[in-house]
Design a protein around this ligand. Structure first.
Ligand SMILES: [Zn+2]
Length: 384
């Protein structure tokens, strides 16, 4: 049975909305509904929270005056009575069992707008709470309300903005590598990242930066931003250094448990050392990577990252950006990448090479890098 990568992402509840059959083989333990409630949030928002024993896997279906939250691998449980706050857009909540799934139907007082991705959260268990799927929504119109009948969120995908999280490497007390002429990696990559943000926003993407100024962030903090934003793609921008001053060119890295070659391992050691500045962050990394590299879903993310990285390398090649000798795409245990978010670390070139240091500093070369990255993102198939 072929399981699409999108389905795998949905199964593990990364917040990607897709409709369709989910193969039974991919199911973990059966989920259960623990509680449901509504509340009022600032900005006239209604909040709906469903608490579940396992990480929820959901699909949203927008109807004329309903929002259906479909939880897969979960039985209906009518002993759970929803707590409805006053002043929300929800009139009533009911449940129906459909096969292995439960449809939680929110009967609405008024039509609602399609819920943006950043208003959908899955919270980890803490204190007295289990997993919680949290939806914040406002009144408005969806396509479902202008046409008749319900449509699924998946059918709306043309309108969905993809979210890119850009990480400018290093920053603050961590300069990254330093060129022969004194150019700091943290400065060059921030400039590239800022240009990239502007270009991607122009192209219609939702864009977030891990840092937008000269700030030090731990590697796991950067990765957490990508997870929190439900990034469709996470790009960590870097520049390289090599003991050999003649070494030049870009290379692109994706996450793996083991380095693909000695060069990749050295790079991972160098980049991961950013966290040695902050020891707690480094310890956290080894724990994170152990937890992270274990399931089917990680395999799907690895495939998507690989596909993106190959496309990015092609775009760099086409733009005439010099490639480091050896494979353009390599793999390494990089602490800034997460196996839950498709992404790559781009080493734009070598600051240790005098000519390339000059290029990396120049605005026109930075524009060239940015144009190639934008092309690679436009060509990347987000929906596979
Ligand atoms: Zn770096």
């Amino acid at each position: 049975m072929k399981i699409s990568r999108r389905h795998l992402l949905q199964i593990t509840g990364l917040g990607l909305v897709v409709a369709g059959m989910i193969p039974r083989t991919a199911f973990a333990a059966r989920n259960s509904i623990k509680s449901m409630r509504t509340g009022v949030q600032p900005g006239n928002k209604t909040r709906f929270v469903v608490e579940t024993s396992n990480r929820p896997s959901y699909t949203l279906v927008y109807g004329e005056n309903t929002l259906t939250v479909k939880l897969s691998n979960t039985p209906a449980d009518n002993s759970v009575s929803p707590k409805l706050a006053s002043g929300t857009l929800v009139r009533n909540i009911s449940q129906t069992q459909i096969g292995d799934s439960v449809n939680i139907i929110l009967d609405l007082k008024r039509p609602i707008a399609e819920i943006p991705k950043n208003q959908i959260m899955i919270l980890e268990p803490n204190g007295d709470n289990d997993y919680r799927l949290v939806l914040d929504f406002t009144a408005g119109t969806t396509k479902a309300n202008s046409e008749s009948g319900a449509i699924t969120a998946a059918a709306n995908k043309e309108e969905k903005k993809h979210t890119i999280v850009i990480d400018a490497g290093h920053g603050g007390k961590d300069p990254g590598c330093i060129g022969r002429g004194g150019t700091k990696e943290k400065t060059v990559v921030l400039s590239v990242a800022q240009k990239l943000r502007a270009a991607l926003k122009n192209a219609g993407f939702a864009v977030y930066m891990t840092r937008s100024d000269d700030t030090y962030l731990k590697l796991n903090e950067r990765a957490e931003i990508a997870e929190k934003r439900h990034a469709d793609l996470f790009l960590s921008i870097h520049a390289n250094a090599n003991p050999s001053r003649s070494m030049k060119g870009f290379s692109i890295y994706t996450l793996s448990e083991k380095a693909s070659d000695e060069e990749a391992q050295k790079l991972a050691d160098a980049e991961n050392a950013a966290d040695k500045i902050d020891v707690t962050g480094f310890e956290q990394f080894s724990k994170d990577i152990r937890i992270a590299l274990s399931s089917l879903q990680q395999h799907a993310v690895a495939e998507m990252s690989e596909e993106y990285a190959n496309g990015c390398a092609r775009a760099f090649n086409r733009a005439g950006i010099e490639q480091q000798p050896g494979p353009a795409v390599r793999h390494a245990p990089l602490a800034v990448l997460r196996s839950t978010v498709p992404g790559a670390l781009i080493e734009c070139g070598h600051l240790s090479n005098k000519a390339e240091e000059k290029l990396l500093k120049s605005s026109s070369h930075q524009d060239k890098l940015v144009a190639a990255i934008v092309k690679s993102i436009k060509n990347y198939d987000f929906e596979v």
